[in-house]
Design a protein around this ligand. Structure first.
Ligand code: GLU
Length: 261
């Protein structure tokens, strides 16, 4: 009997020492990303200078892309450990909720409605909604858009704001900014309305247009991710990066680099 008890004791010691008795450790979101060895980031490919494709190299570039690289530097010590997934305005939320991407750094405005569906980091930039018209247009204020046609991108805050603020405005919706700007340039509408950031990018290459002086909203940009109250490891890491780039001057440098005021 004694020998039997001793062997049981010996077996359980071996069991404990080899860790076989341990419950399998569940890795948090951040640990899973570290184990995978890259982070999957939704970015814009049609929103110069925040997210666009360098036509010569085919690389994703822009202010948001550089923010994503800073996040990767803090997680991996290497800005290249990112898989970029291009998304349009209307695809951002689904890319996150479906688990297709870990985060979205994509001219993404925090709104209470979106916060029902996903979570956001702290904001890293405040944009505002404006509109662009032809230089010689007689449109000067948003109220002048009342009985005019305005191009918007479907699913954007700009579309929602205009529907609420100017219900009389006729909206012509497109699924991405390439198509939206093309339609506007072809003369299919009197104006195009979105964030001043994206409109400024358009004006760099298109000199015959101007932006209205007033803005009708504040658009705080933040990093979007899955809502998970029990595991905020990824959110904490992203917020740490945003705090760091605010403190160490990186954010100011990036604003200069991309001529973002
Ligand atoms: N910031 C706005 C939004 O999140 C417009 C930018 C965009 O279309 O991606 O809806």
């Amino acid at each position: 009997m004694k020998r039997f008890l001793l062997s049981i004791l010996a077996l359980s010691l071996i069991f404990l020492a080899t860790g076989c008795g341990k419950e399998k450790e569940i890795k948090n979101q951040l640990e899973q990303i570290i184990e995978r060895d890259y982070i999957v980031v939704a970015v814009k490919a049609d929103s110069k200078p925040f997210g666009f494709i360098n036509k010569k190299t085919g690389a994703n570039e822009g202010f948001d892309i550089d923010i994503a690289k800073e996040i990767a530097i803090d997680i991996f010590g290497n800005e290249r450990k990112i898989k970029f997934v291009p998304v349009t305005t209307g695809e951002k939320i689904e890319a996150i909720t479906s688990g297709k991407v870990d985060i979205a750094v994509a001219t993404f405005t925090i709104t209470p409605q979106r916060q029902y569906l996903i979570d956001f980091s702290n904001p890293y930039y405040i944009a505002g909604q404006s509109a662009v018209v032809k230089k010689n247009s007689n449109i000067h204020h948003f109220t002048d858009l009342k009985n005019k046609t305005t191009v918007v991108v479907l699913g954007s805050t700009s579309e929602q704001n205009l529907r609420r603020i100017l219900p009389m405005a006729r909206l012509s919706g497109y699924k991405n900014y390439e198509e939206a700007f093309a339609a506007f340039k072809e003369g299919q509408a009197d104006a195009i309305s979105t964030d001043n950031t994206i409109l400024s990018g358009f004006l760099i290459d298109n000199k015959n247009y101007r932006m209205l002086k007033n803005k009708i909203s504040q658009e705080p940009y933040a990093v979007g991710m899955k809502r998970n109250e029990n595991d905020e490891s990824l959110k904490k890491s992203v917020n740490m990066t945003i705090n760091r780039i605010q403190r160490d001057g990186t954010l100011i440098k990036l604003r200069k680099k991309w001529k973002v005021n």
